[in-house]
Design a protein around this ligand. Structure first.
Ligand code: ADP
Ligand code: MG
Length: 504
């Protein structure tokens, strides 16, 4: 079983699965997928015809590219003009694949790697729908996102693309006075972007109703459908008309999520534009072994060595984030004076907003953060990601490192691994089907994770269980390709029930 595969249960419902072809447009392969439980949704590498940062910056004499333009996607002149204004000339693969299907009115689950333009892939069809006449108050489109920062970013993308049109988009998210949002909602915006908690709050106050929703989008769908958000999502979905169109977008869609997603969709099409590798190829990924007590020293040395343009340092807890931030900013103020900031869920929303603004405009070079900015945040000049604490969930690793390498740019990701975290690193490597390279700064090595030749080897299983193995494996030899995770492990059956996501 691979992670992209459709499951038996879905076969009966017959989700149509599309595979990206070399031209970037999907071709139906639903019959195959429906009749063969081993069928995999595979996608070709990003075709040259589509936009990546590299290609957009390519010199004129670079190899000629086949045509590929927003014009071919069925968008109206008004929406095309909006793309042009935004500087989008060539659609990315997920945009080329998803937009025509969304315009056709079908439900779509779109998977594409981080930083490949998924936002515009749902914003443009929504804007297109909004050009059709409608009576009533709306909202006609609802977009649900997991974090406040992402709500702001998606609203901004709407505003950028809707510039000059009469479509208004309001963001509703926690931490801001509700009164201002109520006033804005009273003006009947066509589009609402929100975090589930605040959306529910408005629903219970009667300041929003979804009876006229024609299009519902879940961005970062896997996160929205995990146990932390699902009850809220279900409550909201129950208030949306059944006739609505549903779009789901995510970089990672484990099979159980894909299966669950179909519950909320009608005859969905699964469009998979992720290539074999989960993380973008332009991100070079390393790990350091380090003793926990020396992590901060290592961080300092690494920052000194790398001199990142902009970096996010991810920590596991809000407490830890504060501590690292305080130590870093103390050191920095003595030295370069470069701005450091921190962001997590315990800070007031005004501070969070200010920090994001300063990070976006480049005033802040180093951002110490929890996973609150692990999802969806697009700051194109982030050159480095440092996982000061190894992420608890494998998919969070994929999303964290995806904050760099946006639109084909280059990025580097480092993960600090303490001696007892070897199995966690292995699980991440199995999830991304790629081995992280080991990096070293002399004096910081904490342990050798790779198996050494010896009479008895210990294999680390997917679930962290250990078992005896064959002897004599060379430490430098290529390890056997990792087995794809079982659906049980993806479902989290091995986890204790308490291992739910904490607040960020
Ligand atoms: P994702 O949601 O897949 O992580 P985003 O939607 O955040 O990616 O987009 C990443 C960046 O690419 C954004 O800065 C966005 O403005 C830019 N972008 C999106 N589509 C295009 C395009 N067709 N051409 C050029 N840039 C684009
Ligand atoms: Mg996104």
């Amino acid at each position: 079983m691979t992670r992209n595969q459709t499951e038996g249960d879905e076969e009966k419902r017959g989700p149509r699965v599309f595979v990206e072809q070399s031209g970037g447009h999907p071709t139906e392969s639903g019959q195959l997928a429906a009749s063969n439980s081993e069928a995999t949704v595979r996608a070709a590498p990003q075709p040259a015809a589509h936009a990546t940062g590299d290609q957009l910056n390519q010199p004129a004499d670079s190899s000629p590219e086949p045509a590929g333009s927003f014009r071919e996607l069925g968008l109206s002149a008004e929406t095309l003009a909006a793309c042009e204004r935004a500087g989008y000339t060539i659609p990315t693969p997920v945009q080329a694949g998803l937009i025509p299907r969304a315009l056709a009115g079908v439900d779509v689950l779109g998977q594409a790697r981080t930083g490949t333009g998924k936002t515009a892939a749902f914003v443009l069809p929504i804007l297109e729908r909004m050009t059709q006449p409608h009576r009533g108050g709306g909202p006609r489109a609802l977009v649900l996102v997991p974090t406040r920062e992402l709500a702001v970013q998606v609203r901004d993308e709407f505003e950028k693309l809707a510039h000059g049109s009469r479509v208004h988009c309001v963001a509703v998210y926690g931490g801001k006075p509700i009164k201002g949002q109520i006033d804005k909602l009273a003006k009947h915006p066509a589009v609402v972007v929100g975090t589930p908690g605040r959306v529910l709050d408005h629903m219970s106050r009667g300041t929003i109703s979804f009876g006229e929703v024609e299009m519902l989008t879940l961005d970062e769908a896997d996160r929205m459908l995990d146990i932390g958000f699902r009850p809220d999502i279900e409550k909201i979905l129950r208030r949306c008309p059944e006739s609505r169109q549903t779009l789901l977008l995510s970089a990672t869609v484990p099979p159980p999520v894909a299966k669950l997603a179909t519950r909320y969709m009608r005859d969905p099409e699964i469009l998979d534009f992720s290539t074999h590798e989960l993380a973008v190829e332009t991100i070079v990924q390393f790990y350091f072994t380090v003793d926990p007590t020396r992590k901060f020293e290592l961080l300092e040395r690494l920052l000194q060595r790398e001199q990142p343009r902009q970096v996010i340092v991810f920590c596991r807890t809000k407490r830890g984030t504060d501590k690292i931030y305080e130590r870093l900013s103390r050191k920095r103020s003595q030295q370069s004076g470069e701005e450091v900031a921190c962001i997590h869920g315990d800070l007031s929303q005004n501070i969070r907003d200010r920090v994001m603004r300063q990070f976006r405009d480049g005033t802040v070079k180093t951002l110490v953060a929890t996973d609150v900015v692990g999802r969806g945040i697009d700051v194109s000049s982030v050159s480095h990601i440092i996982n000061y604490d190894i992420p608890e969930f494998c998919d969070d690793y994929v999303h964290r490192v995806g904050r760099t390498g946006r639109m084909g740019r280059e990025g580097v990701a480092y993960t600090f691994v303490a001696p007892d975290e070897g199995p966690q690193l292995t699980r991440i490597e199995m999830r991304i089907e790629r081995l992280l390279k080991r990096d070293e700064i002399p004096g910081f090595e904490a342990f050798d994770r790779r198996p050494k030749p010896g009479p008895l080897q210990v294999k680390i299983g997917l679930d962290g269980s250990t078992s005896g193995g064959e002897a004599g494996q060379d430490a430098t030899a290529e390890p056997a390709p990792p087995k794809p995770p079982s659906s049980a492990s993806l479902l989290g059956k091995g986890r204790t029930p308490k291992r739910f996501r904490r607040a960020l």
